[in-house]
Design a protein around this ligand. Sequence first.
Ligand code: ADP
Length: 455
Amino acid sequence: MSGAADVISSFLNAKQFMLIRAFIFVSAQILCGACGWLWQGWPGAIAGVAAASLALLLADALRARRFIHWLQEPDPATSPALRGAWGEAAYRVTRALRAEREGARDSARRLDDFLAAIQASPDGVILLDAQARIEWSNDAANQHFGLDPHRDRLQHIGNLVREPAFADYLAGRGQAREVTLIGRQNTPARPVRLSVQLHPYGAGQRLMLSRDITVLAQADAMRRDFVANVSHELRTPLTVLAGFVETLQSLPLAEPERARYLDLMAAHSARMRALIDGLLTLSRLEGSPPPDDDEQVDLGALMAQCEAEARGLSALLYPPEDRPQRLRFAAPPDFALAGSADELRSAIANLIHNAVRYTPAGGAIDVAWQRLPDGGARLSVTDTGCGIAPEHLPRIGERFYRIDRARARESGGTGLGLAIAKHVAQRHDGELQVSSTLGQGSCFALAFAARRVRG
Ligand code: ADP
């Protein structure tokens, strides 16, 4: 439709249109009638009026036919170019169609935006109809429940998520506001937990939300284990201490026996203090930002201190007259490490003390630094001690994880040494590496990235 017609139609209303139509009709009849009268008198006039009426009716019928034909499949792009009232009708229909199509496009665009936003959610979203059948689900939900968006569309959710707890929740049995389910990708090595909620909306439909809470559940389990472990570790020395105090209070003991009891009490309180010190060190390591790399740690001095301590410990455990251990410390490294001297000393000392404690009399312990091909550095502590069975290796470095609790406790262990060493390594852009063969010995190493090595 032309711009002129647009302008005209905005001025004229339906009544004015009809007046113009009538005016054109009557004018054509008068004109043709006058021409006929001039030509043949009254018969000519009647013939002229009839001819004009017929011609106008025919033209109108043809326009109406074109318009109705177009209306059967109206498309703004093929809108017929008609004059007069039919043109106006076609123009208005075209304009309404365009507005409707624009509106539909707008709605579709907005729907796409909504779906893309829901798709981007890390949480699972499923729209259920009033019969609890799946209408739509996002990728996260498909992954959580192993759904195929095409195959499982309009399937009852209860047929696909079959845990009894979910069936009860779906049926509205009980007061639960959410349920925790086992995820589809759950394996014994990697347990997956999902938190699922249902929210009603619309006419009986429900929005089903699922969230992967594996990490939260693990953190919760770790916290529970941790509290249980700490309580357990503290309870043993406390019980022993309480027993000794009671004995000392109630029995008149001879002086040597009394002194022996007091020594044992001192040993147990030292163990408790070591445990608390270890816990405080761990919480400090976890709660503070990694050490910045302005401080350069002199590894020569640090290793000399560790060597002196290790020789002292070894001599205490295995006196020189009783098949002493052989401790070999390689030449001090000619490079420095950027980080915290205190943290590094505690990590390295832990590895060396463990090697001394878990290697029998006559065994050998080798401590050496080496540069790595990628510019990093690695400290290895190799012993010929009891070694570790392969099934324990993945858990080495977890707090309180000990292979032989009684033995570790006897040798003064708290079960926190390797956890501290692992943390310190990570805070210095490094890692704790463990390799071991049961009955033959172990190698514990701290490997640091090149950006921490100076010189
Ligand atoms: P602990 O204070 O009990 O030694 P750690 O965290 O230092 O605690 O070590 C955890 C466990 O790892 C020990 O209980 C021991 O079973 C094992 N372990 C550590 N170092 C060695 C080693 N050099 N040889 C054999 N086992 C070791």
